[in-house]
Write a protein that binds this ligand. Sequence first.
Ligand SMILES: *Cc1c(COP(=O)(O)O)cnc(C)c1O
Length: 366
Amino acid sequence: MATLADAGLTFTSLPHPAPTGADQRAAILANPGFGTNFSDHMVVIEWTDGQGWHDAVIGPRQPIALDPAASVLHYAQEIFEGLKAYKQADGSIALFRPEANAARFNRSAERLAMPELPEALFVESIERLVQADRDWIPEAEGASLYLRPFMIATEAFLGVRPAKQYKFIVIASPAGNYFKSGAPAVSIWVSDYTRAAPGGTGAAKCGGNYAASLVPQGEAIARGHDQVVFLDAAEHKWIEELGGMNLYFVFDDGTLLTPELTGTILPGITRDSLLTLAREEGLTVTEGRYSIDQWREDAQSGRLVETFACGTAAVVTPVGKVSGRDGEFNIGSGGPGQLTQKLKSRLVAIQRGQEADTHGWIRKIG
Ligand SMILES: *Cc1c(COP(=O)(O)O)cnc(C)c1O
């Protein structure tokens, strides 16, 4: 990894004039919800064509001024990441695989014609923010400080070309356990809409993908489901992923299958970590294609015993029921399956420092 000095950057720390009081913070941390409460600080780093990354600042979280012609507002040149800081069993603070987020951020940047950020700078930005807001990490089981690094095109220019000015920003939001009690199985709707087409931006973590998924997700909710599952754009046959989570299928012979990364699926870090953990357990995991018809048939015959979705926000979530234009089917008992539970507990135990980190996934924050 390039060092910060290579990028010629030092951080300026701006004092917060009026940080949140301890009582108010405690009230927020007692019931943080998801994505509605924010910590006191933020990181902002500027990029200008010819100059590169400059003016790295950690200071009070506050609104940003944008010219109304800023190209992000018109052509959606925006990418983001999502990761969590956890309180470990021994009271220390840890990030889970932030280098993987840094690398994926740069792959997204490349696809959206945005400048790459040195990985060390990405990770240092997150570490500094977590250090500044270390009192904002909720301690309840399953709770964490959710970190949202993102980059926007800020140049005031209405022509269509890559912008010549960007801002990289990191904000933090205390997050409760995604599910209040345990992990209930979710019900999902097979969408007629598609999320990503071959050659498109499906493998990039960009806001535009999410804008396009809101109507399909709304349709799923309106029909009484929790989530939407997208099929491939070309044949409308192969299972890809949910709006923001990857999928795994578990068969009665103990093997697993997850859709292969063909460029239309977001390469989840949770997906990747579970691939490693499952193989370590001696399980056979295939990355391949799986059709909606086969899924239905296997669920009905009992060959398929579990399905789960995975991602940073909810970690591992069992899928209990699937509905679409061609009817409805249940998976296994409709509740969380054995393997789903086992893989989830192992991953959570590593993230929480309750199980040895033999893969170098944990990055402690001093
Ligand atoms: C972020 C995301 C995921 C999950 O990725 P993780 O790195 O595991 O959090 C899955 N699908 C989409 C579309 C995503 O944006």
